[in-house]
Design a protein around this ligand. Structure first.
Ligand code: PMP
Length: 398
């Protein structure tokens, strides 16, 4: 008998499975709206000019590739902090924020989860219903029971505020609450400023530990606007965690550039927390990779490259917003029997379109248009060349 004879086949990742089916499809007019990646108007993943310039400088510098410190590049970690908390943040001045470079946003979540498991071994973790599909698996694999809190309201295509607050209230005290800071994946439906304040009060009252996940900073309203929740929580005096990612905002998906930030009560506490976060990292992958974080740090810390990056990020944000509006207009013009105006109010790369699993299946079979079975579409994969075909097909399957 082989060592592996009893190993069962793990279920396929639903979204990666969709990509495989898309790649195997021979219809030339096929469109993939299932992915979680920003594409240009020409349908390509961009290499940002700011990134290309920083990479060129780095290659020319012929820098040696020694090990990084366990917590990563200091200039990177501090640039991340300023982006999240604001350059004039009092917390940063007081030395209360611990930031460690991470292997993407996923790595930041995992380091945070492992650290929390040691700190609060019996805690429950709560995630939104629905949420990024890896949240549940990631916290479960760190050993936590994971529950949903109500979030999306299909009837209004908005937030179920009363359900959300009630569920947060009813969690065991000191639960870990994962919140999407902006550009909610998969729905595109974000909390209003007022919702955030109400959520914060429940978290404070119940002594829950907020874990803000910000994977799309700059894709919603703007760099600072999208950090609203982080800054609100920073003012609250509560301890909290932030996982952040440059996969999307720098179009550096494969370089795995993210960070974990932990807000503590004092500089002295920050020192102890950092020492424990480093222990988690050391036993997982020892220390982080050099390339992506060097590039990001050089862009963020160079006035010219920073300006260029902000422009390029603004172009990506604007293109998505234009596609949302164009989609709403075209659906109406083509006689859709439903009001899709909510799509223009959503933020970030994704939209919960309201399409059923059956309608999504028909889009694939009859029109070679691929979306996630939940009705999630990636608005950032729409462009002027495929929009007409997509909206016509949606009208057909409604
Ligand atoms: N959090 C959310 C909400 C995400 O959507 C994603 C990725 N799509 C991540 C975390 C992980 O980001 P990364 O690819 O940088 O690991």
């Amino acid at each position: 008998m082989s060592l592996f004879s009893a190993v069962e086949m793990a279920p396929r990742d639903p979204i990666l499975g969709l990509n495989e089916a898309f790649n195997a499809d021979t219809r030339s007019h096929k469109v993939n709206l299932g992915v979680g990646v920003y594409f240009t108007e020409e349908g390509r993943i961009p290499l940002l000019r700011a990134v290309a310039e920083a990479e060129k400088a780095r290659i020319e510098a012929h820098a040696p590739r020694g090990y990084l410190p366990i917590e990563g590049i200091a200039a990177y970690d501090s640039a991340v902090q300023k982006l999240l908390f604001g350059a004039d943040s009092a917390l940063l001045a007081e030395g209360r924020v611990v930031t460690t470079q991470a292997v993407g946003g996923t790595g930041a979540l995992k380091t945070g989860a492992d650290f929390l498991k040691r700190l609060l071994p019996n805690a429950v973790v709560a995630i939104s219903d629905p949420s990024w599909e890896n949240h549940r698996a990631l916290f479960e694999s760190a050993g936590f029971p994971v529950q949903n809190y109500r979030y999306y309201d299909a009837a209004t295509n908005g937030v179920n505020r009363a359900g959300l607050l009630e569920d947060l209230q009813n969690l065991p005290a000191r639960s870990v609450v994962v919140l999407h800071a902006c550009c909610h994946n998969p729905t595109g439906v974000d909390l209003s400023l007022d919702d955030w304040k109400a959520v914060l009060e429940v978290l404070r009252e119940r002594e829950h530990v907020p874990f803000l996940d910000i994977a799309y900073q700059g894709f919603g309203e703007g760099i600072d606007q999208d950090a609203f929740a982080v800054r609100l929580f920073a003012e609250s005096g509560l301890p909290f965690f932030v996982s952040s990612s440059f996969s999307k905002s720098f179009s550096l998906y494969g370089e795995r550039v993210g960070a974990l930030s932990i807000v503590t009560a004092s500089k002295e506490e920050a020192g102890r927390v950092l020492s424990q976060a480093k222990r988690v990292i050391r036993t997982n992958y020892s220390n982080p990779p050099t390339h992506g974080a060097t590039v990001v740090a050089n862009v963020l810390n160079s006035p010219e490259l920073r300006t260029l990056w902000e422009e390029e990020l603004g172009e990506m944000r604007q293109r998505i917003r234009d596609m949302r509006l164009a989609m709403v207009e075209q659906l109406a013009a083509q006689g859709a029997k439903r009001d899709f105006s909510f799509v223009a109010r959503q933020r970030g790369m994704f939209s919960y379109s309201g399409l059923t699993a059956e309608q999504v299946e028909r889009l694939k079979n009859e029109f070679a248009i691929y979306a996630v079975g939940t009705g999630r579409i990636c608005v950032a994969a729409l462009n002027r060349s495929n929009l007409d075909a997509v909206t016509k097909a949606i009208v057909q399957v409604l």
